[in-house]
Write a protein that binds this ligand. Structure first.
Ligand SMILES: [Ca+2]
Ligand SMILES: [Ca+2]
Ligand SMILES: [Ca+2]
Ligand SMILES: [Ca+2]
Length: 180
């Protein structure tokens, strides 16, 4: 069972992902996030690069979010999201599963596809979901655990798992999305 602390934390993340602010997380939110990222880095609609960015955001929806849609209406309510997060945490997945589950999300943020996320790439993502540059800097410093200025797949997946699972209000990974 999720604790009240986890529920509050994950609900904030849910409402951040709901960029259309209609109370549901759906495909359109991810298309919107991809569009915003393209706009922030000056990529024109219709270009190959633009389509690539959108497709990584669509993949993120398909792989991480859509499985939470228990009633199959293509919209995720906060209750559906919390239930699926509860199951994921209870499964206490190993490192391989963490890396697999988080691959699409990592790939959508790693804009130059070099296998590492820089502060700049992370800032673009967080801005696209409504956070500020300062928020991004703070969040990044908490999850770049070896302090080399880049997020490896391993650091990213571990921090994201801890973000979901941790019930310790002091855990650095709580700041993954800068929220709370
Ligand atoms: Ca929405
Ligand atoms: Ca649903
Ligand atoms: Ca990169
Ligand atoms: Ca690092």
């Amino acid at each position: 069972m999720l604790t009240e602390f986890q529920k509050r934390k994950l609900s904030l993340r849910f409402y951040m992902a709901d960029t259309s602010k209609d109370g549901m997380v759906e495909l359109a939110d991810f298309e919107q996030q991809g569009q915003k990222v393209a706009e922030l880095i000056g990529i024109q609609p219709g270009s190959t690069e633009y389509e690539k960015i959108i497709s990584t955001y669509v993949a993120n929806w398909e792989i991480y979010w859509k499985p939470a849609d228990a009633d199959g209406d293509n919209k995720i309510t906060v209750d559906e999201y919390l239930k699926s997060a509860d199951i994921l945490i209870a499964e206490n997945t190993g490192k391989k599963t963490k890396l697999r589950v988080n691959k699409a999300f990592f790939d959508s943020i790693d804009l130059d596809r070099d296998g590492e996320i820089t502060l700049n790439e992370y800032t673009i993502y967080l801005k696209a979901v409504g956070r500020s540059e300062e928020d991004a800097k703070m969040a990044f410093s908490k999850i770049d655990t070896n302090g080399d200025g880049k997020l490896s797949r391993d650091e990213f997946a571990t921090a994201l798992y801890d973000y979901h699972a941790s019930n310790d209000p002091q855990a650095p990974a709580n700041r993954f999305f800068s929220l709370y």
